[in-house]
Design a protein around this ligand. Structure first.
Ligand code: RM4
Length: 260
């Protein structure tokens, strides 16, 4: 068990990659605090989704709590970490995963779309990382923080001009936090998923041509699955990565390197 009796906090943990991270962590022996965001429309964390992931984790014999909140708000990270400590006594791992990607053209993008994307993806990552790091420092036993950045930190998307800068920012946040938090034994790394089939891109990939184009671009010949990313997060969270900090791990089936 790579995460035996560890406490793992996952933001955006009711669906997609976050859900897979929560489940993979429990399978490796962790108890899990799952943040989700019910106040938004059906395309974001649904209460039924979070209840089902809590039940699935409990079926594995591990404990799980669901904590609703919008990570874009500073208070949410503090409450989330507080609830995890209240329930499980400590926090060992943070998966800062919550993110949105409302595909939109650049020239007519309303400020609200841009600002919400930055608030959730970048501000949210900053706030929840800060809250977790303060708790880990207080505990005095180190910890591991893994942010879900993206291949989009490294390359662009014509309909993602609001989104790709946030993923580059999350990658850079982990690099700087690795320096700031290294003295406390807190490791900070990012995973960079490629095109992973989740409801974040279900609309985009419902275009058969777009899906076929993406699949053709990927040397391993398939879109990624959430658990493909979750397994890498578990590695970075575990003691197997004890000397890894400030790093980023592409999880993209070879998409990034595939020019021709
Ligand atoms: C990822 C990458 C994928 C896209 C998702 C929404 O960072 O850009 O291609 O489907 O975001």
């Amino acid at each position: 068990m790579l995460l035996e009796n560890k406490v793992v906090v996952v933001t955006g943990g009711s669906r997609g990659i976050g859900r897979a991270i929560a489940l993979a962590s429990a399978r490796e022996g962790a108890d899990v605090a799952i943040n989700y965001w019910r106040d938004n429309d059906k395309s974001y964390g649904k209460a039924s989704a979070v209840d089902s992931i809590v039940a699935e984790i409990e079926k594995l014999g591990r404990r799980a709590i669901a904590v609703e909140g919008n990570v874009a708000e500073h208070a949410t990270g503090i409450e989330l970490i507080g609830r995890a400590v209240e329930a499980f006594g400590h926090v060992d791992v943070l998966s800062s995963n919550a993110g949105i990607c409302p595909f939109h053209a650049f020239l007519d993008m309303p400020p609200s779309v841009y600002e919400t994307t930055v608030a959730v993806n970048l501000n949210g990552a900053f706030y929840v990382t800060q809250a977790a790091a303060n708790q880990m420092k207080t505990q005095g036993t180190g910890g591991a923080i893994i942010a879900t950045s993206s291949i989009s930190a490294l390359v662009g998307g014509g309909m993602q001009t609001h989104y790709t800068p946030t993923k580059a920012g999350v990658h850079s946040l982990m690099q700087s936090c690795a320096i700031a938090l290294g003295p406390y034994g807190i490791r900070c790394n990012s995973v960079m998923p490629g095109t992973i089939a989740t409801d974040l891109n279900a609309d985009d990939l419902s275009d058969k041509e777009k899906r076929a184009y993406m699949e053709k671009r990927i040397p391993l010949g398939r879109l990624g699955e959430p658990d493909d990313v979750a397994q890498c997060v578990v590695f970075l969270a575990s003691d197997r990565a004890r000397y890894v900090t400030g790093a980023s791990l592409l999880v993209d089936g070879g998409l990034f390197v595939n020019l021709q």
